[in-house]
Design a binder for this molecule. Structure first.
Ligand code: F6R
Length: 357
């Protein structure tokens, strides 16, 4: 039930800190240490390459998950869109492990790949919010998101839950491979949950950013580099699906190879700056679009912030920033849709789970 909330989407955005805490609790063993089923760890360790298969928002979570697994567990990862994989199957490695990411566990495009993978005799792990769902039943292993039912068509808490579970999978696998842990992940996820709470208390800020940047525009661009680029893709998907504003996410450095031609006087450009190594280069990209008339909204992380940034995120571990940088984008999309009179929870032409190929 949505209780006092006007929309499920807003309720589900607000639930994110609780969901992250719940995930940490669910994945802790009796000694308080994050752990994953031994069979799953064995499958991760046997694999010479991981193939993440997903659609939409879950695909965007997969792009971030690749960074987690490659950086922490040092296993090569490819991320594929389900509906493309079947027709355009890449050359597979010798010992692939398939990881399906799906909130509903019912997405037909993903299931078609799972059926094929099982026919080929490969192992599959499903990361899903729905126990007993088709993708969970048909895969060899399941990791649950523990996010509670997600009702709004636009996925919010499932995305951050997917990121948290992928981080845990990456970290626990890393430890099982003898690598020094990248961080104290349960502690860092606690910091994430607190930061999410701070952001959820700043709704007025995001409502006014939405009002200032998105009330009348026809389009909006999201730019970032590295994991900020992947979060930008998710921000753009959120905005387009519920507000019908044409929104696209771009890699900062790629703008000059074509997209910058789209920038006109007043075009909103939302830039993410949460990564120290690319902070100056993304800010250079902002200058390039501003010189062509763009109206910039910079969301940076504390410590990397500069004068004139529209919002400064609380500081969290640099690898985990997508868990919090997405929250302003979810809220900005929500308010943009609301201000434009759109049906936030049930956007046109869309269904919550897509059970046709
Ligand atoms: C966007 C959204 C969709 C889903 C996609 C995959 O907000 O909800 O893009 O992420 O249809 O759905 P699942 O994760 O259920 O496989």
């Amino acid at each position: 039930e949505k209780g006092t909330y006007p929309h499920y989407m807003l309720k589900e955005i607000d639930e994110q800190p609780l969901v992250i805490r719940k995930i940490v609790e669910e994945y802790r063993n009796e000694n308080g240490v994050l752990s994953i089923d031994e069979e799953i760890l064995a499958a991760m360790n046997e694999a010479d390459r991981i193939y993440i298969i997903a659609a939409g928002t879950s695909y965007h979570a997969g792009l971030v998950g690749k960074q987690f697994i490659e950086k922490m567990a040092k296993i090569a990862v490819e991320v594929h869109i389900s509906s493309e994989f079947g027709y355009n199957t890449p050359l597979l490695s010798e010992r692939p492990l398939f990881v399906f990411i799906s909130q509903s566990g019912e997405t037909a495009d993903s299931r078609a790949v799972l059926v094929k993978v099982k026919e080929l005799g490969y192992k599959a792990l499903t990361i899903t919010n729905v126990p007993g769902s088709t993708l969970s039943r048909e895969a060899d292993y399941t990791l649950l998101l523990h996010a509670g039912p997600e009702i709004a068509v636009a996925s919010t808490k499932a995305y951050t839950a997917q990121l948290a579970v992928l981080a845990i999978l990456a970290e626990v696998t890393a430890v099982s491979r003898g690598f020094k842990p990248e961080m104290d992940l349960s502690k860092e996820l606690g910091i994430i949950a607190n930061a999410m709470e701070v952001l959820c208390d700043e709704k007025d800020e995001f409502e006014s950013i939405a009002r200032e940047f998105l009330t009348v525009t026809r389009n909006c661009f999201f730019i970032g580099r590295g994991i900020d680029f992947y979060v930008g893709l998710e921000g753009a998907l959120k905005l387009k699906e519920i507000s019908y504003i044409q929104a696209e996410g771009f890699a900062g450095g790629e703008l000059k190879h074509g997209t910058i031609a789209l920038i006109e006087e007043g075009t909103p450009v939302i830039a993410l700056a949460t990564q120290e190594s690319v902070n100056l280069s993304i800010r250079g990209n902002v200058k390039e679009v501003v010189a062509r008339g763009a109206y910039p909204c910079i969301i940076s992380m504390k410590g990397l912030d500069m004068n004139g940034d529209s919002f400064v995120l609380p500081e969290v571990h640099e690898l985990l920033t997508p868990l919090i940088s997405v929250v302003p984008l979810q809220l900005i999309s929500y308010y943009a849709a609301l201000h434009r009179g759109c049906d936030v929870d049930k956007p046109r032409n869309l269904a919550k789970s897509v059970t046709v190929e």
